[in-house]
Structures are given as structure tokens and as C-alpha cells.
Design a protein around this ligand. Structure first.
Ligand code: ADP
Length: 373
């Protein structure tokens, strides 16, 4: 008899299941008020959250009657654990099942993207962000014969820099001519042994990011940071029944045995700040930077608009970011987006534009399916 819960059996049965159309999931998270928000007597709330209805209202001059619905609305008291469980855990679980997955944060600088994704929580594990929690679950969900590897890179002014090997800059993106699969083979790949090892590597990446940005005289808010996690899982061969079953079902039409290795990839993307860089005051390097930052984010916005409107042309090739995220929006990955906002009406325009970005992303449909080997 076949054990229906066996990982091997389950993974093979997926091959015969039709690809599933699935909308990109979008959550909003409100950062708690800080001293800067409260400085000055004119503080006013910019948003009214209705978490039980999963929607929020935005203040213009008065409170608009329009409410924006999301898949989840996190108030300023939402814990890191809850945000992980709602936003990222379903993606992590499907990555363990062999699907590609993406978790991405979008929002104005200072609204909590890095807090949500990259927080190490060295002194307080309850503060750990999505990257650490994801790796914790991935390590727990894989066995010693599986392989978990990571790369950590930064995209700044259309140049890819390796955060684990800072001497590597201008690393090219490579596309497989047949499958269209995108990779960055020039970056360092580190095999992760355990969670402590991952924490060390992540910390190294963070300090390299800081050093690189100091050298370039820029801020990390201007670059995109991308953690790539590659999982390779080998079929468990403990149960003879399963092996036989596997032979029956995982041969191709010529009777050749298909690979029993499943590969999947998780991307965790901390985007550059979504605020407009003021072009009028920028000159030289700063103006170049403004253009480039706008190139990647503008082009991501254009792709999401085009996908939301079912347009026949998706301008994926316009920037490195959209090339790297090719599978994440309109592709075969399971994708979750968290948009982060601040509470103060002083940043009304940025908050409104972040909310509209999130609303459009909710219209993007992916075709979640296993990649053919
Ligand atoms: P971003 O990456 O969007 O620029 P950060 O993650 O650096 O923003 O957050 C800015 C500041 O606000 C940091 O000091 C961070 O610790 C704090 N912060 C952000 N979100 C929260 C939150 N949900 N709870 C507590 N502090 C937060």
C-alpha cells in the first residue's frame, strides 16, 4: 500500500495536477508611530485600519469613504511571528514542495521593509524577520540529504553586487535560452549547515551592504537586496513501496526514469524605498542614481500594471529587477507581497501611492506549477 502522506508520493502526484491560477497575495503593514512622527503639534493619522474587515481607509482632506481591501491588514501591534505566518509561511511551504516562491516588501523608506524581512533578532528571537523564520522552517523541513543554499545580492543602479563576496560587482544575469529560466551564476552560493550558520552569513551580507553603500556614498534604501534560497531535495528511499510507485509514475513516455531531484527557489526581496527621489535638486551622480532607481521600480510598476490589465506586452526586459522577478509576477511562482506604510498624514502622497501599488499587485495572477526538469 502507498502512504499518501509520503513526501515522494505527494511530489510526484503534483506532476499530474493542472497548474493552478493563483493571485499574488498582498498584505499591508502599518509601522508604529515614532518620535519623528510625533514631533510637532500637527500630527494626524493618515490611515484608518479595519483589520477584521481586511481593509483600510485613507485620509485625504477628510476621511474618504473609499476602503481598500487587502488579503491581510496588519496594525502596528502585529507581531513578527504573525506577519511571517500569514505572509511568508504558505510560500515557504510550497517552496518545500518544489514550487518557486517569492516574498517581497514594497514601501517608502523608514516604513519597516527591512524590519519585516531582514531583522536578525539576535537579542530577542521574537523580533526575527521573515528571512530568518523562513530559513528556520526550511532547515526544519529538509533532511540531511537535501541541500539548502543561498545567495545574497544587491541591485544598485542596474548593477548586481554580491553581498557575500563584495569584490564581485557588475555580475550578469543569465537566461536559459530554452526554458527562459533566469539565474545569476556569478554570485557566491553558500551551502547552509544550520540556522546559526545562516545568521552568520546574513550578518556578513548586511555588513557588506553597509560597507558597499558607504563606499558608494549612498544609502541602503536606494538599493534592492535579494536573498535567493535554492533547495534541492532528494527522494526519500526508505519505503520500498514508494520507490516502486515512483518508478511507475516518474518515467517519461520513453520509459526513461525521471530525476528524483526536486529543485525550487525562494526569493526574498527588500526593495529600494518607493519614495520619489527629487530630481529637481539632483545633479550628476545623484541624478543618474535617481534615473536608475526609477528605472527598476518604475519598470516593476509598469509590469504589474500591464499584468493587472492583462496586457499582451509585459515590459519585463526593461530592468534587471523585472528580469530577476520574471517568475514572481505573472510566472509560475507563488508570490506574497507586503506593502509597508507609516502612520503620519505628512507622508500622505507616498502612503497613497504605496496602497495603490498594492491594489494593482492584487490583480496579478500567476500560474503556480512545478518547473520541468
Ligand atoms: P525601511 O526598510 O522600510 O526603510 P526599516 O525597516 O529600516 O524601514 O524601519 C525603520 C525604523 O522603524 C527602524 O528603526 C525599525 O526598527 C522601525 N520599525 C519598522 N517597523 C516596525 C514595527 N512593526 N515595529 C517596531 N519597529 C518598527
Amino acid at each position: 500500500s502507498v502512504t499518501p502522506t509520503s513526501t515522494t508520493t505527494r511530489s510526484i502526484s503534483h506532476h499530474h495536477v493542472d497548474p493552478e491560477s493563483e493571485r499574488v497575495r498582498v498584505a499591508v503593514r502599518l509601522r508604529p508611530k515614532n518620535s519623528e512622527d510625533l514631533a510637532g503639534a500637527d500630527y494626524a493619522d493618515c490611515v484608518e485600519l479595519q483589520p477584521e474587515l481586511k481593509r483600510l481607509k485613507l485620509r485625504k482632506n477628510n476621511w474618504s469613504s473609499e476602503a481598500y481591501r487587502f488579503d491581510e491588514v496588519f496594525t502596528e501591534t502585529a507581531s513578527q511571528k504573525r506577519v511571517y505566518e500569514v505572509v511568508a509561511k504558505p510560500v515557504v511551504e510550497s517552496v518545500l514542495d518544489g514550487y518557486n516562491g517569492t516574498v517581497m516588501a514594497y514601501g517608502q523608506t523608514g516604513t519597516g521593509k527591512t524590519y519585516t524581512l531582514g531583522r536578525l533578532g539576535k537579542d530577542d528571537v521574537s523580533e526575527r524577520g521573515i528571512m530568518v523564520r523562513a530559513l528556520e522552517d526550511i532547515i526544519a523541513g529538509t533532511s540531511a540529504s537535501d541541500s539548502v543554499e543561498i545567495s545574497y545580492l544587491q541591485l544598485y543602479m542596474e548593477s548586481i553586487q554580491d553581498l557575500l563576496a563584495p569584490e564581485k560587482i557588475n555580475i550578469p544575469i543569465v537566461e536559459d535560452a530554452k526554458t527562459g529560466e533566469v539565474s545569476v551564476p556569478g554570485v557566491e552560493i553558500v551551502k547552509i549547515r544550520n540556522l546559526d550558520h545562516f545568521l552568520q552569513i546574513l550578518q556578513l551580507g548586511e555588513s557588506n551592504r553597509h560597507a558597499a553603500n558607504t563606499k558608494l556614498n549612498t544609502e541602503s534604501s536606494r538599493s534592492h537586496a535579494i536573498l535567493m534560497v535554492y533547495i534541492r531535495r532528494f527522494a526519500e528511499e526508505k519505503d520500498q513501496t514508494n520507490i516502486d510507485q515512483q518508478k511507475d509514475t516518474s518515467t517519461d513516455r520513453h520509459g526513461r526514469r525521471l530525476s528524483t531531484i526536486r529543485k525550487s527557489k525562494l526569493l526574498i526581496v527588500d526593495l529600494a524605498g518607493s519614495e520619489r527621489v527629487d530630481k529637481s535638486g539632483s545633479e550628476g551622480h545623484l541624478l543618474e542614481e535617481a534615473k536608475f532607481i526609477n528605472l527598476s521600480l518604475t519598470s516593476l510598476g509598469k509590469c504589474i500594471n500591464a499584468l493587472a490589465e492583462n496586457s499582451s506586452h509585459i515590459p519585463i526586459r526593461d530592468s534587471k529587477l523585472t528580469r530577476l522577478l520574471r517568475d514572481s509576477f505573472g510566472g509560475s511562482a507563488r508570490t506574497s507581497l507586503i506593502v509597508t506604510i507609516g502612520p503620519s498624514s505628512r507622508h500622505h502622497a507616498e502612503t497613497a501611492s504605496t496602497i495603490m501599488f498594492g491594489q494593482r499587485a492584487m490583480k496579478v495572477v500567476n500560474t503556480v506549477k512545478l518547473k520541468e526538469e
